[in-house]
Ligand binder design. Structure first.
Ligand SMILES: NC(=O)c1ccc[n+]([C@@H]2O[C@H](COP(=O)([O-])OP(=O)(O)OC[C@H]3O[C@@H](n4cnc5c(N)ncnc54)[C@H](OP(=O)(O)O)[C@@H]3O)[C@@H](O)[C@H]2O)c1
Length: 329
């Protein structure tokens, strides 16, 4: 049976928020393809996740050149699914990709030179089977390339019609401010920054969110669930199939044991609010005034459906925020 999306997907359950001062609206929850869509994964479940996400109003899919494993396979696998199942909905989708981390051998296979960034975008478009992406990011700052060169390459992608918007990821506050200004001078707006942000990693509160709010740039935090730590996944040990146990997973088992006592306390607090821990953690990220959308990962449709339920309770009385701060120390 060909995929037929839910006709009620835009009935108001999923809020769409303007990305900074740009006109682009993103869903409050966006879906990332870092894990769970590579050649090592169950692609039937990957396809089901993409269908269910779209049915739930999630119009934003986030890729990078190197997502897999192996690198490139998430774009290749999902490019095929997009072509087979979503082609007539292309104009309803915001598809992002990035260049910056290691992708191919030699001096041009990573970082931020014009050569690397623009070649990587061409490769991504070919794997995704698309003519353009909606957002193209510099995935990380390059200490050995002038910022003007990397930002100039992003601007060229827009001028060539290969990207509609551009963004930066993992840039610290002062470099982010410079990058945004350089793009502005070239006449291309940086609409979005993609940093790590969750209850366990609050680095963006030290200057970055001020820069983004001041310059009208949106913020899409990645790993809002700290790769699954801020869910019920590890409350009873480390389950088979979880990211912490997978050979290619980026979550260390030692991180689970370091954090488990805080996770338990946060989970109890979430239950008192009538939420799961995952829901409270996502609501907490979305509560920050700079945040446009929370960029989640999921390994199943059930996780996706649970996570979207965070939208049912987004408010945070100050005493609950204080309790969270006290648990986090
Ligand atoms: N720009 C960057 O440098 C960068 C870096 C990292 C990520 N990202 C982007 O951000 C996206 C999200 O990152 P992330 O995958 O680390 O996000 P995350 O949402 O913090 O973690 C996702 C993982 O948490 C677990 N999980 C999610 N919902 C759950 C639930 N309801 N119950 C139990 N476990 C649950 C799953 O782990 P299991 O696999 O164990 O089920 C899932 O794979 C990526 O896909 C990518 O697009 C960008």
């Amino acid at each position: 049976m060909p995929y037929a999306p839910d006709p009620y997907r835009y009935d108001g359950r999923m809020p769409y928020r303007n990305c900074g001062h740009s006109g682009l609206k993103l869903p409050a929850i966006s879906l990332g393809f870092w894990h769970n869509f590579g050649d090592v994964d169950d692609l039937n479940e990957s396809r089901r996740i993409m269908h269910r996400a779209f049915d739930l109003g999630i119009t934003h899919f986030d890729f990078a050149n190197n997502y897999g494993p192996p690198p490139g396979s998430a774009e290749r696998n999902c490019g095929r699914i997009i072509r087979e199942d979503f082609l007539i909905h292309r104009d309803e989708l915001i598809i992002a990709t990035k260049a910056g981390y290691l992708m191919w051998d030699g001096p041009y296979g990573e970082w931020g030179s014009r050569k690397s960034v623009l070649s990587s975008l061409d490769q991504s478009l070919s794997r995704l089977q698309l003519d353009y992406v909606d957002i193209f990011y510099s995935h990380r700052p390059d200490p050995e390339t002038p910022l003007e060169e990397t930002m100039g390459a992003l601007a060229t992608a827009v001028q060539q019609g290969k990207a509609l918007y551009v963004g930066i990821s993992n840039y610290p506050p002062s470099m982010a401010a410079d990058a945004i200004d350089i793009l502005q001078d070239i006449g291309v707006r940086c609409i979005i920054h993609q940093p790590c942000y969750n209850m366990f990693d609050r680095w963006i509160e030290n200057g970055l969110t001020d820069v983004l709010l001041e310059k009208g740039v949106g913020c899409i935090p990645f790993s809002p669930l700290a790769q699954g730590l801020l869910t019920e996944r590890y409350l009873k040990g480390i389950p088979d199939g979880s990211r912490a146990i997978k050979e290619h997973g980026f979550l260390q088992e030692s991180t689970v044991s370091d954090k488990i006592s805080q996770i338990r306390k946060l989970s109890t607090l979430a239950s008192k609010r009538g939420q799961t821990l995952a829901n409270m953690a996502l609501a907490w990220v979305l509560h920050h005034p700079s945040v446009t959308s929370a960029l989640i990962g999921v390994s199943s449709v059930a996780q996706l459906e649970e996570n979207v339920r965070c939208l049912e309770q987004l408010d945070f009385p100050s005493d609950v925020l204080a309790d969270i701060d006290s648990i986090l120390g």
